[in-house]
Design a binder for this molecule. Structure first.
Ligand code: CU
Length: 144
């Protein structure tokens, strides 16, 4: 009987340690292919922080774009405007949604024409000195 209890305890502690892993995740990353003739596009994702500490996104770069920024859409006197967020802060055990009409990734000045299906890479530098490499194929903005 004691063996069984020990086994259960071990299983629980393994489950806990995996959910508490040093982790920042970018889920459901979507990047639109720029419109024909445009070199600018937007991206969306859900960022979660389970590192045990507050995390700041210090920088995002991409081999395919000269500039990657995080923007926030605000309504100013009835006009939608985008503000650059210099450092996006994500508290421990919190997530931040980058979504249409809200915060979003802005990919600016594509280095070449990017068509649907082409892979986009993002290099994300976090305040804990972690660097994350993300990739996703560019999708049509009319696909959903
Ligand atoms: Cu923007």
């Amino acid at each position: 009987m004691q063996k069984i209890i020990l086994f259960i305890l071990t299983t629980i502690s393994i489950a806990c340690s995996s959910s508490q892993s040093d982790n920042v995740t970018f889920d459901d990353l979507v990047i639109y292919a720029p419109r024909a003739g445009s070199s600018v596009t937007a991206g969306f994702t859900n960022i979660s922080n389970s590192t045990g500490e507050t995390i700041t996104i210090d920088a995002i770069t991409s081999p395919q774009f000269n500039i990657v920024e995080i923007h926030e859409t605000i309504i100013d006197n009835g006009v939608a405007k985008m503000l650059k967020i210099e450092k996006l802060i994500i508290d421990n055990d919190e997530s931040v949604a980058l979504k249409p009409g809200g915060k979003h990734l802005m990919l600016i000045d594509a280095k070449k024409v990017i068509l649907e299906g082409e892979e986009i890479n993002l290099i994300v530098e976090l305040s804990n000195d972690q660097t994350m490499n993300l990739k996703t194929p560019a999708v049509s903005r009319f696909s959903n």
